[in-house]
Design a protein around this ligand. Structure first.
Ligand code: AMP
Ligand code: MG
Length: 403
């Protein structure tokens, strides 16, 4: 059985070899958060475009602005002012943060280190050439590459695009991810379940996870545990780039997902992973569609999605697969699990005196979604070290949406 790391590697290599020629479209910058950039964006001019003061103070010739000397203040420059006149010898100008230094000035002295009597400015400290301003062109030259294709557009990337004058950005179309839950016991959330039915929460959590991961969810509802219904709905799912199923992949008599898919010509790259929850997770391909069969217990579905589906969405989105953002934290209470499987236990990460500390929450197993609402992460208990004493370091996988 594959470890979760090996299973992820399998997803990554199979998805890469899947081939991907994504269409692009123009996205207004205010809608572009989370999209993957498809074009190269270059600077339109030098940055900063002028020698930019980083302090409120006086622009000076550094050699003249030394302790025991005074200079005449010849005026002021504020942010946005047009500046042409060179700084005359024996003078300084008052300057504000963000304003352009006058030609010839080679330093800014912070106002805190000066004295003023009338228009005479004295200096308390030695002044060094180059201090307190950012020279023109030092952040970027004109026509430098500012953003490259494949970047995920976060707020910093959007700010750079805005800075260089792009109000719309060419982005890759998001991969469409079909979502199909399975199970005779599953009813739509708009229906009142009988005492022996459950509402379809997996389709909702999966759609949210797809969206967070950068895909477009395509909800297909629920298939009964019957070959005809499963085949018909899987057929619909095979029109999309990725099909994620929940349920029907365990060893039960009515767990038919794998056999139905096989009958439809699917190949499988793994059909079990050494983790709990999530052991029966299945990954394969049918025609041009990547298929994930995730176990139906809601927490299993969520964990296996985060581990295995996100890297496939990343690659099909036109970017690199994200690493798992694993942190280390001190264990607040000892853990004792069975060996042989890597456990992902709902847990709460906090910072105590700025050191991360993690406490595993009480839960009733992988059906207990309510426990997850208290969890902001999963504590990872390695298969070969199932007993971890209090205070020891453990790996922690943050929940993708809350940490
Ligand atoms: P399965 O993996 O099909 O054996 O399903 C395991 C358990 O997960 C079921 O007994 C249900 O309690 C639960 N489950 C399956 N599908 C869903 C769903 N769509 N929404 C919520 N819970 C589900
Ligand atoms: Mg089932």
């Amino acid at each position: 059985m594959l470890s979760y790391q090996q299973a992820r590697e399998t997803v990554i290599s199979q998805t890469k070899s899947h081939g991907n020629s994504r269409q692009t479209f123009s996205v207004p910058i205010h809608d572009a958060l989370g999209h993957i950039l498809a074009e190269e964006i270059r600077t339109d001019r030098e940055y900063p475009p002028f020698d930019r003061s980083t302090r409120d103070g006086y622009a000076v010739h550094s050699a003249e602005a030394q302790p025991n000397s005074t200079l005449r203040c010849a005026g002021e420059i504020k942010a946005g002012d047009t500046v042409h006149a060179p700084l005359a010898s024996g003078t300084c100008v008052q300057i504000m943060t963000g304003a352009a230094l006058p030609p010839g000035a080679d330093a800014v002295v912070m106002i805190e280190f000066t004295g003023r009597e009338g228009d005479r400015i004295s200096f308390h400290r030695p002044t060094e050439s180059g201090q307190n301003f950012v020279p023109r062109g030092s952040e970027a030259r004109a026509r430098d590459v500012a953003l490259s294709p494949g970047l995920r557009l976060g707020y910093a990337e959007l700010a750079v695009a805005a800075q260089v004058g792009h109000a719309a950005l060419q982005c890759y179309k998001k991969p469409r991810v079909a979502i199909l839950s399975t199970g005779d016991e599953v009813v739509p959330i708009t229906e009142t379940p009988s005492p022996f039915h459950i509402r379809n929460s997996n389709s909702v959590s999966l759609a949210a996870q797809v969206q967070l991961a950068g895909g477009t969810p395509v909800p297909l509802g629920n298939a009964l545990d019957r070959v005809d219904d499963l085949s018909a709905k899987i057929e619909q799912g095979l029109r999309e780039e990725i099909l994620v199923l929940s349920g029907g992949v365990s060893m039960g008599k009515y767990d038919l997902v794998e056999s139905v898919l096989k009958g439809m010509g699917a190949d499988f790259y793994f059909d079990a992973v050494a983790i709990r929850p999530g052991k029966p997770a299945v990954f394969g391909r049918c025609g041009n569609t990547l298929i994930f069969g995730l176990p139906g217990n809601p927490v299993s579905t969520m964990v296996t999605f985060q581990l295995f589906v996100i890297p496939a969405i990343d690659i099909l989105s036109g970017t690199w697969p994200r690493s798992l953002p694993i942190l280390e934290a001190a264990l607040a209470e000892a853990i004792k699990e069975k060996s042989g499987l890597t456990h992902f236990l709902p847990a709460r990460l906090t910072w105590k005196d700025s050191y991360p500390q993690v406490r595993v929450l009480r839960w009733q197993g992988s059906g207990d979604i309510a426990a997850l609402t208290q969890a902001n992460c999963f504590a990872i208990v390695p298969a070969d070290h199932p007993d971890i004493p209090v205070g020891n370091r453990v790996s922690v996988l943050p929940r993708a949406d809350v940490l």
